[in-house]
Design a binder for this molecule. Structure first.
Ligand SMILES: CC(C)(COP(=O)(O)OP(=O)(O)OC[C@H]1O[C@@H](n2cnc3c(N)ncnc32)[C@H](O)[C@@H]1OP(=O)(O)O)[C@@H](O)C(=O)NCCC(=O)NCCS
Length: 432
């Protein structure tokens, strides 16, 4: 996909914090805290001279009001040289994917050789806003000079104005939450409850195996837990080794209590965590004798109408990424798909294989094809591991790059769906 004269981009390393259910061990931490740990440790483990870093591209989906440019704040807290430009990126759940592809563009064009990219989300620390009428009063209060002016600010005050305004995990345009949108997809695509639960069970089993086989631990940096820093968070705490189809089947639907199929068990949970990857030009990585985990071969973004099937973006982005890579789905030996909901994964897989979808939605004569379950999300996905929105993309890139390096498989495809009806796909290539 890269035009002649541009350079190959190497994934050299990737790392993440443990992914923890929101409101557990990271409840007193912030996205900046978690991001700083991931970025600092990535640079340390890579034995990278910090002065070599040309940029930090980093994101969070729900930014802090006091530290909105998370990239720069992470850089400060990671004690990296202040001379490194750092900018923040937001693209809903594809945030760290966008950070990675922005970095890849800079490296491919020769504008940079070494970039750290990633994302962090601490859903234990979301900004909760005052209502607009009360916020207006506070602004007026800050400008009031006399006691009379101050008193006037609160004329007509109603206690209801103090009701907090937390961020909604919902589409502004449709008013539907992500879960309601997943329900819509399940219904329109006829993805039944049993299939969703079976998929979710597989996610937990594979993630547990990923830890037990020693595949995931090297991708995870232990985090000293604020505020006392006496305890260490060392492992993911969402994976359920003891779950079963029977337990999953008992859970009530959450987003359509009467007729729904999407439950806490087959959804990704609200999660805290951070991730980061180290990208280098091929030349720089090779000049330093570094092991390259994978090359970025291609990528694509897609967008559709949020009132359609909100989380179907991967089915639109993957064919374009594969075309740009000059590959077919059958050339790909590993697939990593972000699991917002089992219903969303199964809907996208269905679309991959559907002639009707290919013809009517993509204008293509043939579908992409079936994904062999044996090559899909080998070490679990966001349902079991968790989904700190901005951190998921870099987690997936890390896991896939490591898997290609370890297995010798030539090509891997990854996909991410995102709010706003956005989708991302990337093809990674074995480096040897
Ligand atoms: C689905 C959701 C609302 C559930 O939230 P929650 O009710 O706080 O979830 P919990 O973890 O408390 O689970 C609810 C119950 O199901 C049980 N449960 C969850 N997963 C289970 C599993 N795999 N096996 C067995 N039981 C399970 C829990 O133990 C809990 O039981 P309890 O009520 O007896 O304690 C929340 O996770 C959510 O909003 N997820 C979607 C996030 C999202 O939209 N992301 C964006 C994607 S694009």
């Amino acid at each position: 996909m890269f035009p002649a004269g541009t350079r190959r981009v190497a994934v050299v390393a990737g790392l993440r914090t443990p992914f923890l259910r929101s409101g557990t061990l990271f409840e007193s931490m912030t996205a900046v805290d978690l991001g700083a740990v991931a970025v600092k440790e990535l640079v340390t483990r890579a034995d990278l001279d910090e002065k070599e870093i040309d940029g930090l591209l980093y994101g969070t989906v729900i930014p802090s009001v006091s530290r909105p440019n998370i990239a720069r704040e992470v850089l400060f807290d990671a004690n990296l040289p202040m001379s490194i430009p750092a900018s923040s990126v937001i693209m809903a759940c594809a945030t760290s994917n966008r950070a990675i592809t922005d970095a890849a563009e800079q490296i491919a064009l020769g504008l940079a050789d070494v970039i750290v990219a990633g994302g962090s989300e601490c859903l234990s620390d979301v900004p909760i806003l005052f209502s607009r009428p009360f916020a207006r009063r506070l602004v007026k209060l800050s400008k009031a000079k006399t006691a009379a002016q101050k008193a006037k600010v609160f004329a007509g005050f109603r206690p209801g104005e103090l009701a907090p305004n937390p961020p909604a995990i919902a589409e502004y345009t449709t008013g539907l939450s992500m879960g309601e949108s997943a329900e819509k997809m399940a219904k329109e695509n006829r993805i039944f409850r049993a299939a969703q639960d079976e998929y979710a069970l597989g996610s937990h089993r594979k993630a547990a195996a990923g830890w037990d086989k020693g595949v995931l631990p090297p991708e995870v940096v232990p985090v000293p837990v604020a505020p006392k820093f006496e305890e260490m968070a060392t492992t993911d705490n969402i994976i359920r080794r003891d779950t079963s189809l029977e337990q999953l089947a008992k859970l009530p639907p959450v987003f359509d209590r009467k007729f729904g199929t999407v439950t806490a068990g087959n959804s990704s949970p609200l999660t805290d965590g951070a991730s980061a990857v180290l990208l280098m030009s091929e030349e720089r990585a090779k000049a330093q004798g570094r092991k390259i985990l994978a090359f970025i071969r291609s990528w694509a973004y897609a967008a559709l109408d949020p009132s359609d099937q909100l989380l179907q973006g991967p089915a639109y982005a993957a064919p374009v990424a594969l075309d740009r890579a000059g590959l077919k789905l059958s050339d790909v030996g590993r697939v990593e798909m972000h699991e917002a909901f089992a219903a969303q994964v199964l809907s996208n897989l269905q679309a991959f294989a559907s002639e009707t979808f290919a013809r009517d939605r993509l204008g293509r004569s043939a579908p992409l094809g079936e994904v062999d379950p044996k090559i899909l999300n080998l070490y679990g996905g966001s349902i079991a591991i968790g989904h700190p929105f901005a951190a998921t993309g870099a987690r997936i890139v890390t896991t896939l790059a490591n898997e290609l390096s370890r297995s010798g498989v030539q090509f891997g495809l990854l996909t991410v769906c995102a709010a706003g009806a956005l989708g991302h796909a990337m093809v990674l290539e074995h480096a040897d």
